[in-house]
Design a protein around this ligand. Structure first.
Ligand code: GLN
Length: 249
């Protein structure tokens, strides 16, 4: 069986290179001897309902509105999640999974997919800069997530959603001191980067959640060493740009 990693609507939600997240997921499966393929779907194409992981990336407000409309008409993503697929949603993708988000100077309210118990409202200033968060993994150990955030909407979680990680540097969801949300089959976060090349443990967490198994460490010491080096560099940079990130709050 070949597992499908499905990039949903890159033409709408692909302005931050979030397709790189899908490439990482495919590679980390294939490197472990598990068959996987990258599937790209665009508005008008049916979204396959047998995806292992679906990805929604970042984009402009208008693109979020168009993506919600197309996904509601298609319903393939909804069926795929009902069948046990996992959705990883970044920034605009995160916002459009909620009950609603606002757009424009008049804060017009648009309905989201309602997959997450969250609401997004436009703030006075955009959050732009490096972001570093502390994530408690399912086994109770801690890991840092590094990325880059650029969003004007801020997200409040309802009681059915759990925050993904605690903000160390940057803004994330906004006022709650956390970033991202978890609920049922959906994992969401603000950071781009893309986020998964910078944070391979998060990639493996998504794979484990979708496959329902625990994965061994990647059998590629060369790749692991490169990841460690990249992470160390990004974490050092975000710590030295702390002041600039804090000014965007
Ligand atoms: N359009 C959304 C906002 O500005 C999301 C931006 C993004 O995906 N980076 O809040």
């Amino acid at each position: 069986m070949t597992h499908k990693i499905v990039v949903v609507y890159q033409s709408l939600l692909g302005i931050y290179g979030d397709r790189g997240n899908a490439m990482v997921l495919v590679k980390r499966l294939v490197w472990r001897g598990i068959d996987a393929e990258l599937i790209m779907v665009e508005p008008g194409d049916p979204v396959p309902d047998d995806g292992l992981i679906y990805l929604l990336g970042g984009g402009e407000d208008w693109a979020q509105i168009a993506a919600v409309k197309a996904l509601e008409e298609d319903r393939g993503l909804h069926r795929g999640l009902d069948a046990g697929g996992v959705l990883f949603a970044v920034c605009a993708g995160y916002q459009l999974c909620g009950h609603s988000f606002t757009v424009g100077d008049n804060d017009e309210v648009f309905a989201g997919l309602g997959l997450l118990d969250v609401e997004t409202r436009r703030g006075d200033q955009r959050a732009v800069g490096e972001i570093l968060t502390q994530w408690t993994k399912p086994d109770g150990s801690m890991s840092l997530i590094t990325g880059f955030e650029n969003h004007g909407g801020f997200t409040e979680l309802g009681s059915d959603a759990t925050p993904l990680a605690k903000v160390v540097v940057g803004v994330g969801n906004g006022s709650d001191g956390f970033d991202g949300a978890l609920q049922d089959q959906v994992v969401a976060a603000y950071p781009h980067g893309p986020i998964l090349p910078r944070n391979p443990e998060l990639a493996d967490y998504l794979l484990e959640r979708a496959l329902g198994v625990q994965l061994d460490r990647l059998p590629r010491p060369d790749v692991n060493a490169e990841h460690d080096q990249l992470r160390a560099e990004r974490i050092r940079i975000v710590r030295t740009t702390k002041n600039r990130a804090e000014q965007t709050r």
